[in-house]
Design a protein around this ligand. Sequence first.
Ligand SMILES: [Zn+2]
Length: 95
Amino acid sequence: MNNCPSCGHERSKTETRCPECGVFYPTIAELIAEEEAYEAAHSLRGRWQKILDAPDRKHALLAELKQWWAGLSIKGKFSLFVIFVFVFALIVTVL
Ligand SMILES: [Zn+2]
């Protein structure tokens, strides 16, 4: 990151806080922790872990699926539909 995350002022490597707005630059450790938290919240494994840790797993799984479905675009939903139809047609012709 070469700019201040708060105001966008160009930062130098030696400074620990922004001379423009005074905000402290995040350290490498903070950036890594942030990245890991993001990973945990958005990766498949992190989501799976969240479901397994939930007291009501069935409910947590449904909530995750609902969130996943809401995050899909129309194009994504259509692609899934086409895949399902294709697989179904394949099974029917084989049987
Ligand atoms: Zn700044």
